[in-house]
Design a protein around this ligand. Structure first.
Ligand SMILES: *Cc1c(COP(=O)(O)O)cnc(C)c1O
Length: 234
């Protein structure tokens, strides 16, 4: 099989999983945006994916993402780039210069930096607040505490070039994803009543997209199930 055939098969399988999960949850498959996570894979795969109908790709490392986006610049503005990885504040402005959606805003310090980077863009950069589903004492914990979401949302509201779109979360390792995403559904309720327009929910990966769709995900971030195992070295 050619690489194109592999990707087409992976995409078809993931789209079927999304349809089945939506049917089970009483939702329409059109409510879900599939963000194909192309990290560690070459720009040539992004081109094949776009040819197969993919409109949204996700990356988690700034240098790789920036280079790949530049290599694919000729694909035009219909391809949306999602930054889904941990953000260093000294890189945030550079990320906002090419990312259309930033999923990983988890501290106020990032907001001003992203806003500076987004200032020259022709339209606002969409941002999601990453909320942690980890226990408070977990080492390497990514994402904001629930208690900090209001402050983060307020910071985004005062920005010039960012638009608050919703929340993002990752199910903790070693925990049943359904249980973690049930907590996400609960914490999202008060957030949505304060910010009714910020109704995107980025949750679900190759292993747990069904549980995420059941919990209300609007954006699933899927890498391995479409592209295969990631190369361990680049
Ligand atoms: C890599 C990554 C994904 C995709 O994970 P797969 O298990 O390969 O589908 C999703 N979300 C984030 C934040 C990631 O870093």
């Amino acid at each position: 099989m050619s690489r194109r055939d592999d990707l087409a098969a992976g995409l078809a399988a993931v789209r079927t999983r999304i349809e089945i999960a939506c049917a089970a949850a009483g939702r329409a498959a059109e409510e879900i945006t599939l963000v194909v996570v192309t990290k560690y894979f070459p720009a040539s795969d992004v081109r094949l994916l776009v040819d197969l109908g993919v409109t949204d790709v996700g990356e988690n490392r700034h240098q790789e993402a920036e280079a790949k986006q530049q290599e694919c610049a000729d694909l035009g503005p219909d391809l949306r780039w999602h930054f889904i990885g941990g953000l260093q504040s000294n890189k945030a402005a550079a990320v906002a210069a090419y990312a259309d959606v930033v999923h990983s805003v988890d501290r106020v310090k990032l907001v001003g930096r992203l806003d500076d980077g987004a200032a020259g863009r022709s339209k606002p950069v969409d941002v999601l607040l990453q909320v942690s589903l980890d226990p408070p004492d977990r080492a390497g914990r990514a994402g904001a505490d629930v208690a900090d979401l209001s402050g983060l949302a307020a910071a985004v509201a005062t920005s010039r070039a960012l638009r608050l779109r919703g929340l993002m979360a990752v199910a903790p390792l070693g925990e049943d994803a359904a249980a973690a995403f049930a907590r996400l559904t609960d914490l999202r309720r008060p957030f949505l009543s304060e910010h009714p327009d910020a109704d995107w929910l980025s949750a679900g990966m190759s292993g747990d997209l069904e549980a995420a769709i059941k919990a209300g995900a609007t954006h699933v971030r899927v890498g391995t199930a479409v592209l295969g195992s990631r190369p361990s070295v680049q």
